[in-house]
Design a protein around this ligand. Structure first.
Ligand code: 13P
Length: 251
């Protein structure tokens, strides 16, 4: 994983267990000859256990989209770290902007989740990003720093290198408007300034087969967190190939 490019698929609230099963079965067979790209598939909770048997190769991991910070108890509707681990989940998306802005998750709650995930042996995909009005007001650096430092301050360098950071500007999510290379570089630079040069950083926000080659070649981008374009086998497969070919060319 250390130097491989990474593509994480965030299916959000899409796909039944049976739909997930059919998709993953097809994708897994295709992936066998792409060992240099790591795929993390973040499925809805109801699909996780159902598809877990497919995730037995080096470059194909199962991820969840959220979890609670407590280990068990009276938290109606929540999912614990142990429940994820028992479904062969290795990664968990935390701090996604939809959790922050639709469900009102606070920096404090997100931090508790990240700390708990690391303690339990789950690897966070920590999402951060600014809203359009924050960018327009020139507050991007301040907002990103405010989201990043509570997390980064709690871990040493080797813990930070085990997680993934995903820069997802809110205005680029699901809009068809991806961030420009210099905006991505600036955000990735802020992470590395705080967390060290060796952390792994993904870009997310309207990644498609049409822009994947340009975006993967932006300096400092280690891979993508893909939403809408990960729901169709053909489009995620094209993105995987763009990333794979870029990797081959750079070797
Ligand atoms: P889209 O790729 O649909 O813009 O979603 C990005 C995202 O939110 C991934 O977590």
């Amino acid at each position: 994983m250390r130097n491989n490019h990474i593509i994480a698929a965030n299916w959000k609230m899409n796909k039944t267990p049976q739909e997930s099963y059919n998709f993953v079965k097809n994708l897994r067979d295709k992936l066998l000859d792409k060992p240099d790209v790591n795929i993390i598939l973040c499925a809805p909770y109801t699909s996780l256990f159902y598809i877990s048997s497919f995730f037995n190769s080096e470059n194909f991991d199962l991820g969840a989209q959220n979890m609670h910070w407590a280990s068990e108890g009276a938290y109606t509707g929540e999912i614990s770290p142990d429940m994820l681990l028992a479904s062969s989940v290795k990664w968990v998306i935390l701090g996604h902007s939809e959790r922050r802005h639709i469900f009102g998750e606070t920096i404090d709650e997100i931090t508790k989740k990240v700390v708990r995930a690391v303690r339990e042996g789950l690897r966070p995909i920590f999402c951060f990003g600014e809203k359009l009005e924050e960018r327009r007001e020139g507050k991007t650096k301040e907002v990103l720093s405010g989201q990043l430092s509570p997390i980064i301050d709690r871990f040493n360098e080797s813990d930070l290198q085990e997680m993934l950071f995903a820069y997802e500007p809110v205005w680029a999510i699901g809009t068809g408007l991806n961030a420009e290379p210099d905006q991505i570089q600036e955000a990735h630079h802020i992470v590395r300034e705080f967390a060290g040069e060796n952390v792994r950083i993904l870009y997310g926000g309207s990644v498609t087969p049409a822009n994947a080659t340009e975006l993967i070649n932006v300096e400092g981008v280690d891979g993508f967190l893909v939403g809408g374009a990960s729901l169709e086998l053909e489009s995620i497969w094209k993105i995987i190939n763009c990333v794979y070919n870029a990797r081959i060319r750079s070797n």
